[in-house]
Design a protein around this ligand. Sequence first.
Ligand code: G3P
Length: 219
Amino acid sequence: MKFFIDTANLDQIREANDLGILDGVTTNPSLMAKEGIVGEAAVMQHYKDICAIVDGDVSAEVISTDYAGMIAEGEKLAALHENIVVKVPMIKDGIKAISYFTRKGIRTNCTLVFSAGQAILAAKAGATYLSPFIGRIDDISWDGMDLIKSIAEIYAVQGYETQILAASVRTPLHIVQSATNGADVVTCPLSAILGLLKHPLTDIGLAQFLADHAKANKA
Ligand code: G3P
């Protein structure tokens, strides 16, 4: 399972990249706004900065919701760097745009996916990645993991090549469950990635090892 970081914060991207386990980055308009990246020129430069840090796929989301607008924006984004993946919302014009980008050899990430039916449509259109939002499904008392599992089953049975990118991941447990249920990629905040490190027995064991070493090596 590939690890992407879900942020537009350059420091956090660098920190995750330095671990040597980062395969890519996803962003969205909310995450860009959170970093104060405003205006087309600044947004384009920011994507270039991200691509300079990480040697992996970087999802850049279109703002347009009409077919012509998405095509124009997506082509501009894709021309920025070979690692850019154009992120397109799961709407009717979005599916049409993904089909267009597929024909043109431009890679896509279909975002805001909340059902297996949507996942089938995106795969048919040739999306490179599919982003089911598991945290937001959990937020309304449904089970985001059930969706990942069901899409993984459908894609395996049908032989679809679209990669399942578990998104809206909030916790380390979401990452573990995504791996169990067949996600190809997980995109998550830095806190969830670092949360995977934590276990009290690791801390207790390390403290004991160091104490024993110090005692044995006392001058
Ligand atoms: O990748 C989509 C993600 O950014 C949404 O996460 O936590 O806003 O639901 P969240």
